[in-house]
Design a protein around this ligand. Structure first.
Ligand code: GLY
Length: 306
């Protein structure tokens, strides 16, 4: 049984007109991954699916990444192979089109796991990744509006108020894309994000933290979405795969992981997708929405929703 699941981020769509477009985006991404999976590689499937989401400006990763407090893009991405525990990640990278592909190169071409900021950009250029500006007009406009709201609250810089802002303006939590696939031999997980809108310069979320937002081993793989600090504190992607190690399937493990996030940090914080090494897919969230799509052997068309 081979399978792949993708997500386009957990959060709340205040403008529900966006939902059909987002569902079309995750469907397109899962089909891009499925094509590679049918050729035999979960690694290529995850990279291609995440690239499709990074290239779609609707999603907060690659093109369409959200902006930091000071109006810049600092993207995070990671990829991990379950069979070998090989992993590669970049954090706070800018000026590239597909951070997931740079993360894969970190995994394949270096002895390291995580490159950050200037070093990650330098590495990308050495590997031939061209300069690219992922900032879109829509994100610039949203950034201006959110900054204004922050200033109206009497703050120019928030140091501890992001959680409050998210409750008031749920579009801040427009987070992250990811894919997890099983090719019959191994599970691979990948995640990519622009992070959280108005995040502090230099802030790194869960996405590139192996075990936090992204993890794969011999029993399962997981990709998280939501408020990164929550997934980091709970080592959520690794915890979710441990649940599979204890006997749960991907769906039960996803639900258990999200229950844990809700127990410690409340609702509107987290979403997760998983695949286990039997090819079962799982997904769960404690937010109003999380776009997802999956394909398994025997399915003619992806199942997709929010
Ligand atoms: N989950 C993405 C982030 O918090 O950066």
């Amino acid at each position: 049984m081979v399978s792949i699941i993708v997500h386009g981020g957990a959060g709340t769509f205040r403008n529900e007109e966006r939902i059909p477009k987002v569902i079309a985006g995750v469907r397109e991404a899962v089909l891009a991954g499925w094509r590679e999976l049918k050729r035999g590689s979960a690694l290529d499937a995850v990279e291609e699916a995440v690239k499709a989401l990074e290239d779609n400006p609707l999603f907060n990763a690659g093109t369409g990444s959200v902006l930091t407090l000071d109006g810049k893009v600092e993207m995070d991405a990671a990829i991990m192979r379950g069979k070998t525990l090989d992993a590669g990640a970049v954090a706070g990278i800018w000026g590239v089109k597909n951070p997931i592909s740079v993360a894969r190169k970190v995994m394949e071409k270096t002895d390291h796991v995580l490159l950050i900021g200037e070093g990650a950009v330098k590495f990308a250029r050495l590997l031939g990744f061209g300069e690219y500006d992922p900032i879109t007009e829509e994100r610039l406009k949203q950034w201006g509006e959110l900054r204004k709201k922050l200033i109206e609250k009497g703050e120019t810089w928030h140091w501890k108020k992001l959680n409050e802002l998210i409750k008031e303006y749920p579009e801040v939590l427009r987070s992250t894309v990811g894919a997890v696939a099983f090719d019959g031999e191994e599970v691979v997980a990948g995640t990519s994000t622009g992070g959280v809108f108005l995040k502090m310069f230099g802030r790194v979320g869960d996405t590139p933290i192996i075990g936090g937002g992204t993890y794969a081993n011999e029993v399962a793989g997981a990709s998280c979405t939501g408020l990164g600090e929550v997934a980091i504190k709970l080592a959520l992607a690794k915890t979710a795969t441990d649940f599979v190690g204890l006997g749960m399937d991907a769906q039960a493990a996803s639900e258990a992981a999200i229950s844990l996030a809700t127990k410690y940090f409340g609702v509107d914080t987290m979403g997760i997708i998983m695949v286990d090494a039997k090819g079962n897919v799982g997904f769960a969230k404690n937010t109003k929405h999380m776009s997802y799509a999956f394909m398994k052997d025997g399915m003619e068309e992806p199942e997709a929703g929010v």
